[in-house]
Design a protein around this ligand. Structure first.
Ligand SMILES: [Zn+2]
Length: 116
């Protein structure tokens, strides 16, 4: 088998490369383009419908985040929309709504991680 590091041909049952000592038992991960939850503490929504998440946000700001399991973000968006409504004549609430819709869609699609 070939060493993934230096391409030296080793015996099939070798555990380490004879040339560079690289471990041959765990082959280098192949990047197949599929997004996986990283080793870091980032979490991603799984099995969520992005369209549904976006529609839920149009009903109530933050509801799509609840659906995605993004509870803290849902709370921030919902309270933000309520608190900003009077001082910004509704503009702040509208921006919260837009953020909520886009975020819910992206998170449900797995393009963006959840808040911790
Ligand atoms: Zn090697």
């Amino acid at each position: 088998m070939k060493c993934p590091k230096c391409q030296t041909e080793n015996r099939q049952d070798s555990k380490f490369c004879i040339n560079c000592g690289e471990s041959l038992t765990s082959p280098a991960p192949i990047d197949d383009g599929i997004r996986r939850p990283s080793l870091a503490s980032k979490r991603y929504a799984q099995g969520k419908n992005p369209i549904l998440a976006a529609i839920l946000c149009l009903l109530i700001t933050g509801l799509g985040q609840v659906y995605n399991g993004d509870y803290l973000k849902a709370l921030v968006m919902f309270l933000g929309a309520v608190i900003l409504f009077a001082p910004t004549a509704g503009i702040g609430s509208f921006l919260m709504l837009i953020w909520s819709v886009i975020d819910a869609y992206q998170v449900a699609k797995g393009n963006q991680s959840l808040w911790k």
